[in-house]
Design a protein around this ligand. Sequence first.
Ligand code: ASP
Length: 436
Amino acid sequence: MSEQKKKGGLLGWYFNFNLLYRILIGLVLGIILGLVLREKILWIAPFGDIFVRLLKMIMMPIILSTLIVGASSVSPASLGKVGIRVIIFYLATSAFAVVIGLLMGTIFQPSADLSSIEQLAANAAARTAENVKVSTIILNIVPTSIASAIVSENVLAVIFFALVFGLGISYAKGSDDPRLKHAGEVVFSFWEGVAEVITMVIKWIMEYAPIGVLALVSVVFATNGPKVIGSLGVVTAACFTGYAIHVVFVYFALVKFYGRLPLGRYLKDAKDPFITAFVTRSSNGTLPVTMKSAANLGVSKEVYSFSLPLGATINMDGTAIYQGVCATFIALSVGRGMFSLQEMGVIVLTATLASIGTAGVPGAGAIMLLMVLDAVGLPVTAGSLVAGAYAMILGIDAILDMGRTALNVSGDLACTACVSKKMGLMDMSKWEKKSA
Ligand code: ASP
């Protein structure tokens, strides 16, 4: 923070040091402390929870204000064009991600010996009640009450309301009736002010990120530690290989060949949301950082204020890959064998929908996995082998979630940058200056 620049001492050192390096130091220290001290470091958990709470606290205000300002800043016609492109990108990359997940499942063939998992099966049984239906996901997009949508953190419903409300402001502002035009302008200024103030608050919250990251990561490693071996090691390897393939062959390829943007310069700003998502395991929580990166890359606010909050909710490529791999793991572990092509088709469809319905919060993808398993006749029922295999996945979910969230967020930024560039809505001077 600039006003802290002149200060000496520990605080001065803290604020003067580059934020990204501070976050990375927090990450490395967190891993070391977690692995070395194990349960002795668990007291640190509340420091991580504070960070997640701060991010969640700002989540709804940022989604509401940025989407309302975004939707009311553009003419309905151009919002339509941007919106359709963004949504097509999001859906296509998610469907592709499930295919990669299934491919990884086929190549790695992850499976476990389920003879000693009765206890795990009992633990997993509790999760079955949280099962979710596709029709419910779609219906829930339209809120019956905006207040309850906000309170229950139904992000899709809030997005829906914000878009409708923003479009209303946009129409009012452009009205020939002076009274309506004035009303539109006043409401627009109010929300623009809210968005500005929230951006400022986000900067303050990010100063706490290094401490929050250290705490979050040390707890994950303290609780999961050397358990990540054997069959679960194979699941992890399959997921992370899938994530890496998707980054290179989808995102890098899109940015370089479709967006025709220099990759090195892109990565300079794209790495910040990647790292933040990796450690917070929340696309929604990372939203402020993703937005800052989009702005640094010269993406028009018109595009990113709409596409990033939407992407944080509906575009979950990492989650889609994870679902493909884990569905295969469970099918193989219960002795059901590899999926047929037709079943793979069902998985691609349901996992794409599941990733749309997955909230951008830690662990949400594991709940949506239940929906995919149901669709291929592998329901998680109390005491069943499927429940046991599912519980094993839950044991390492935090680690898988780190990678999939990083991917989820990277996909939002890559699609946003490409659509923005293609539609001539990108400030290219940002690219010239930094690459010089
Ligand atoms: N944690 C993920 C995210 O926020 C969602 C998931 O659990 O798959 O993007």
